[in-house]
Ligand binder design. Sequence first.
Ligand SMILES: Nc1ncnc2c1ncn2[C@@H]1O[C@H](COP(=O)(O)OP(=O)(O)O)[C@@H](O)[C@H]1O
Ligand SMILES: [Mg+2]
Length: 398
Amino acid sequence: MTEVASPDVISVLIVDDLPENLLALKALLLDEPLRVIAAASGEEALSLLLEHEFALALLDVQMPGMSGFELAELIRGSSRTRHLPIVFVSAADREAAYTFRGYEHGAVDFLYKPLDAHAVKSKVRVFTELHAKSRELRRQLVELEAARIAQERLLAELQHTQGELQHALKLRDEFMSMVTHELRTPLGVMALEVIMRQQRLAKGDLAWFSPERLQAMIDKDGRQVRSMTRLIEDMLDISRLQHGMLSIRRRRTDLAELARRVVADFEGQYQQVPLTLLALPGVVGDWDDSRIAQVLVNLLSNALRYGAGRPVQVEVDLSDDGLARLTVTDQGPGIPLEDQQRIFQQFERLPSSGKAPGMGLGLYISQQFVQAHGGGISLHSEPGKGASFEVLLPLMPA
Ligand SMILES: Nc1ncnc2c1ncn2[C@@H]1O[C@H](COP(=O)(O)OP(=O)(O)O)[C@@H](O)[C@H]1O
Ligand SMILES: [Mg+2]
């Protein structure tokens, strides 16, 4: 049994067939900060070499069976031990011949018998220090490599963040130019109207302000103001969502009642499109009614805006799983499968929406609102066969 050396201890292998020689060498190296492991034959030495990492091997040249040179040849032959420094210990009288063969085998050095304590110690020191240094170097290399990998990862993260930042900046710019455009159009119209009315007034043309005209003016102004208010509220919601500041104020809400209210509002504005509501009574839950109403407003205005003027249906009922379900179905051109996910993202609009006003925020905001209630929106649509948006809401917070 050999004990397991701690990784920092430096081991030296000594090989000699005579136990007294091994003892003498061990004694010489006793004071050194080394672990000396002895083998009595080449075979034993080879098996020790498999188990341990050595800084140096001291090999007796003359041994029965495998000689020191034969052992050295085997050591050089194995990739694991090829670079192990070897010091041959030889009888001084055969010096010349052994030196020659030793160098042939790639030996590093020689010690001569009888062993001189000082010579042995200083040679062993040279090699063990070398070993310690190269071990330290290897350790530093490993550390360096780890540092390099960490740096590379950091760089990749940095590049990723930079990409995201640039994307965010681009979004912001697009957002700003869209907002500007969306606000400027109705504002421009209103500004013109104001100038016109001022001119009429300045001319004293009061007859122009007939009751019918006044009514139409007020209706039109109301629509423009509502659409601008809507836009600004959407922007505020987006900003709240981005900062995780969306607050949900739950209170007991009857979904059928809520839908009736929203649908009635729309009927006033869109008399030209048939709008039906099928509502199961008693679908009551704890929701933020203003957010859910806004979801329905968004889905309904899409159905009316993109539904080709064909009938639109709103349904309120319960799903098989006992969730509240709100469905808005139109008979418009529908939405191709490949776009069905995309349109729920910010600013995503289909080319078919053309010049229709809008910034592509309605579905995004609606989905966020519904998700904040623990629910979800799904879309079922086949091109040419209309679209059906289904909102599922748990009755109670989880
Ligand atoms: N019912 C629908 N039928 C067809 N297309 C729709 C419908 N609802 C939404 N869309 C498409 O999804 C896009 C994103 O909708 P939305 O997020 O509400 O933004 P906006 O209405 O401002 O464009 C719309 O521009 C339109 O292209
Ligand atoms: Mg919309």
